[in-house]
Design a protein around this ligand. Structure first.
Ligand code: NBP
Length: 479
């Protein structure tokens, strides 16, 4: 056997990852694809990679040194299960199967349990960065056993993106932890993109600036604390002119946003965990609304406000939008990390939050300067109960909140939809509130369902005899 690592599935992600692996010192990469013509095409296009061709799964297993390690990059769902079954039939105890596809973390937990019975290690590994990242350096989020990471870690460190001299990979936790964290990454990505889109929309409608002018604003923002991949590519998209019409490309692209489902997974999971990820949820819903042409056509006739936004000082307005974006973005990340904290508790994972922020600084779509501040916040306090309350971020809120409130209020008054800005602010104010009207909700629940309530001044559970004399009795806790 000559190869130390294999890639199974040679579509765009798999072939790029295989080339990345082959370009690193010390790796010999075996490659397999169900349709062998694809394997042949890859070998022909990249003789420099020195790939070892496997025409069957048995050939693949025979070409690998032990412990055998194979990274699976096939379509998520049934194809992944099919390939895992085939690998299990030719691998031996101690070998390692890595799923690098976009699996739902609960599928990864299920697969890990099944594969573990055979003595083979199964590692669900989140991979972020798309095709470009797979080729030149992705952010990698492996789960699985610590033992498998001893073999896998050095290989993954070799191909990961480098941020400030360090590879963007860490062992996230056992079984599905890696795919869970990748899912949250994607959820945050949805929120980040929606917030940027709202910022653009506000500036466009309230100041009348052109997409090219707004592109310059984003370029300027990218030199400051908002510096990130998404801000950078936003400027490029806004600057693009359509060759056919001569119009800004953003004006000829149909305004219906697609989705592949990982944002919805994040929200569904967060609902189960009981963690408010309202910024992410609004971002997912905003895409849904955009993709409802019939409802939007019917809605176009609905009455709106009589007064458009009259911005007196465009520079001051743009700075308000920048700060509103920054504050909302902090909330989106804070909510995402809250989901990681709760997911780790529910699934018994030891996840180092600071490390997660560290490995997101390179390779992935949400790479951003301020992730360093998140790493610092968790380094200072691993038990941080809400990221936004860390000193650095509460200072951001102090600086940004007046601008944020002006923007959300102005948007409401002039009828510009800013669901992610507004819900982030509402979450922030909810978090701050010394008392919430949840006391009233408990009263209502007790009234119609005898669900009982607790008091601020006594231990125990109580019920008011609403349909009797309305006196209070001590009650069994019924929830
Ligand atoms: P696809 O998701 O399009 O999958 C194509 C590959 O799956 C081909 O190699 C195909 O083999 C193989 N395959 C299928 Br389909 N059914 C199979 C089966 N029953 N048995 C064996 N092989 C089967 O490829 P991709 O776009 O390169 O994505 C690969 C994975 O990476 C996916 O899980 C995807 O969600 C994920 N992904 C991640 C990112 C990211 O940014 N992280 C981006 C894009 C994709 P064939 O050639 O014989 O049909």
């Amino acid at each position: 056997p000559t190869a130390n690592i294999a890639v199974v599935g040679l579509a765009v992600m798999g072939s790029n990852l295989a080339r990345n692996l082959a370009s690193r010192e010390g790796n010999t990469v075996a490659v397999y694809n169900r349709t062998t013509a694809k394997t042949d095409a890859l070998l022909e296009a990249h003789p420099e990679a020195g790939f070892v061709k496997a025409a069957t799964m048995q050939e693949l297993a025979d070409s690998l040194q032990t412990p055998r390690t194979a990274i699976v990059m096939v379509k998520a769902g049934r194809p992944t299960d099919a390939v895992i079954d085939e690998l299990v039939s030719v691998f031996e105890p101690g070998d390692i199967i890595v799923d690098g596809g976009n699996a739902l973390f609960t599928d990864t937990i299920r697969r890990e349990q099944a594969v573990r019975e055979t003595g083979i290690h199964f590692v669900g590994c989140g991979i972020s960065g798309g095709e470009e990242g797979a080729l030149n350096g992705p952010s990698l989020m492996p789960g699985g056993t610590p033992e498998s990471y001893e073999t896998l870690g050095p290989i993954l460190r070799g191909i990961a993106a480098i941020a400030e001299g360090e590879p963007c990979v860490t062992h996230i936790g056992t079984d599905g932890a890696g795919h869970f964290v990748k899912m949250i990454h994607n959820g945050i990505e949805y929120a980040d993109m929606q917030l940027i889109a709202e910022a653009y929309d506000l500036i466009r409608h309230a100041t009348g600036k052109s997409p090219a002018e707004i592109a310059d604003i984003f370029t300027e923002w990218n030199a400051g604390e908002l510096e990130s991949y998404l801000i950078e590519i936003t400027a490029e998209v806004l600057r693009q002119v359509d060759a056919t019409t001569g119009e800004p490309l953003v004006d000829v692209i149909l305004d219906a946003a697609g989705a592949k489902g990982t944002g919805a997974w994040t929200v569904q999971t967060a609902l189960d965990l009981g963690v408010p990820v309202s910024g992410i949820a609004e971002a997912v819903f905003a895409r849904s609304l955009s993709s409802k042409p019939q409802q939007r056509a019917a809605g176009a006739a609905l009455p709106g406000p009589s007064t458009p936004w009259s911005v007196q000082d465009p520079d001051a307005f743009v700075e308000d939008v920048r700060l509103a974006l920054y504050a909302s973005k902090v909330i989106a990340y804070s909510q995402g990390f809250d989901a990681i904290v709760q997911g780790a508790i529910d699934h018994d994972w030891q996840i180092d939050k600071g490390e997660v922020a560290r490995i997101w600084r390179g390779g992935c779509i949400i790479r951003a300067r301020f992730l360093n501040r998140i790493t610092e916040a968790y380094a200072a306090d691993q038990g941080l109960v809400a990221l936004v309350t860390a000193p650095f971020f509460s200072d951001v809120m102090a600086t940004a909140q007046d601008s944020w409130r002006r923007i959300v209020a102005g948007a409401a008054q002039s009828g510009i939809p800013v669901p992610a800005f507004a819900s982030s602010l509402a979450y922030y104010d909810g978090l701050r509130a010394p008392r919430l009207p949840a006391s009233l909700i408990q009263g209502q629940r007790d009234f119609f369902g005898a669900h009982t309530y607790r008091r601020i001044d006594a231990e125990g559970t109580f019920h008011t005899l609403w349909s009797g004399d309305r006196s209070e009795i001590a009650a069994e806790d019924t929830h």
